[in-house]
Design a binder for this molecule. Structure first.
Ligand SMILES: O=c1[nH]cnc2c1ncn2[C@H]1C[C@H](O)[C@@H](CO)O1
Ligand SMILES: [Zn+2]
Length: 355
């Protein structure tokens, strides 16, 4: 069986990781100390435990409340640069060769930053982190996905921001936040705008809410990928384990090769899956869906790409071929131009697994 050390060494691709869900606990504590942001506990180790415990309530809404303490310390250029730089360093140290990291610029304006200044700060942090990783002998390509919060009404503006920065490190758009009560069709104007601009987007759907949300995200909004999408399992009849029957929507998702950005640990914490061993990723993988493995929020789940893959290896006995399949799936599904995706598969992923 693969060890975590072996998994750490192979190239990994990450499509679903939140910048404000991956801040180092030490950094949350240090910035909070400097800015006066009040934390539930101040010791970094205890703070890491606090985030994980508070996020594991089985409710997405309560899970999201913990972000107050990361967003709260990401309000100035200096703080955003630091968090973005450390994010890229941590991913590179974990063996991630390509990452799309998402965050919601509209949540970072409390101290007077403009939307563009916030995006520029993250861009600068990513450049610094990439350079630092290179100094350590690691090559990583990091891009931003700009998220709009689904309970707010700024999605068109954020979509325009993503398009304005499409040649400056931003590869796509997303909506996130509490799913129940905030269907993706609330943001149809943003998605229609992105279509007209030939731009890429993903939608958090099928996490806290089921098939109607996935159906809207695909058939009304025209999403390229599904953030989570784990509840597509509800459209598969597994009564006879030897003969699973896909409903129309599940068949459409599989036929169209719509990528599922699955995040096992996060799904267990928010109650979208009962456990890692019972996570639908096993079934969806064996049925040939376009499955990718992701971290979602490394801080809240105390995880990494290596750990998510190690958990799956442990639960489903996956081998190196399976991990390479997840990785190539993710690279194929990235919002990077096709030639660059191909180059990363040929030049980084395949040789890395061959070794
Ligand atoms: O798993 C999630 N589902 C929905 N929204 C989420 C999830 N993880 C993070 N978010 C929200 C909270 C963050 O503040 C926001 C932008 O990264 O996205
Ligand atoms: Zn997410």
């Amino acid at each position: 069986m693969l060890t975590p050390e072996q998994i750490a060494r192979v190239p990994k691709v990450l499509l679903h990781d939140h910048l404000d869900g991956g801040v180092r606990p030490e950094t949350v504590a240090a910035i909070a100390e400097r800015t006066g942001h009040e934390l539930p506990v101040s010791d970094p180790a205890a703070l890491g435990e606090w985030f994980a415990a508070a996020a594991a309530s089985g409710s997405l809404v309560r899970y999201l409340e913990t972000f107050e303490h990361t967003v709260g310390v990401m309000q100035t250029t200096e703080d955003l640069v630091q968090v973005a730089r450390e994010c890229v360093e941590d991913l590179a140290d974990d063996g991630v060769v390509y990452a799309e990291v998402r965050w919601a610029p509209e949540q970072h304006l409390r101290e007077g930053l403009s939307l563009t200044a916030a995006v520029d700060a993250v861009r600068e942090g990513f450049a610094q982190g990439t350079a630092e990783a290179a100094r350590r002998g690691r090559t990583i390509h990091a891009r931003q996905i700009l998220t709009a919060m689904r309970h707010q009404a700024r999605s068109l503006e954020i979509a325009e921001l993503a398009v304005a920065y499409r040649d400056r490190g931003v590869v796509g758009f997303d909506i996130a936040g509490a799913e129940a009560g905030y269907p993706p069709t609330r943001h149809l104007d943003a998605f229609e705008y992105l279509h007209r601009e030939n731009a890429h987007f993903t939608i958090h759907a099928g996490e806290a809410f089921g098939l109607p949300s996935i159906w809207q995200a695909i058939q009304w909004c025209g999403t390229d990928r599904l953030g989570h999408g784990v509840r597509i399992i509800d459209d598969i009849d597994l009564t006879d384990p030897d003969d699973p029957k896909l409903g129309r929507l599940a068949a459409y998702v599989r036929d169209k090769r719509i990528p599922l950005e699955l995040c096992p640990s996060s799904n267990v914490q928010t109650g979208a899956a009962p456990s890692i061993a019972e996570h639908p990723i096993g079934t969806l993988t064996s049925l040939g869906f376009r499955v990718t493995v992701n971290t979602d929020n490394r801080l809240m789940s105390q995880t990494s790409m290596t750990r998510e893959m190690a958990l799956l290896v442990d639960a489903f006995r996956y081998d190196l071929d399976d991990l390479r399949w997840f990785t190539v799936n993710a690279m194929k599904s990235a919002f990077l131009p096709f030639d660059q995706r191909l180059a990363l598969i040929q030049d980084a992923i395949k040789p890395g697994y061959a070794i």
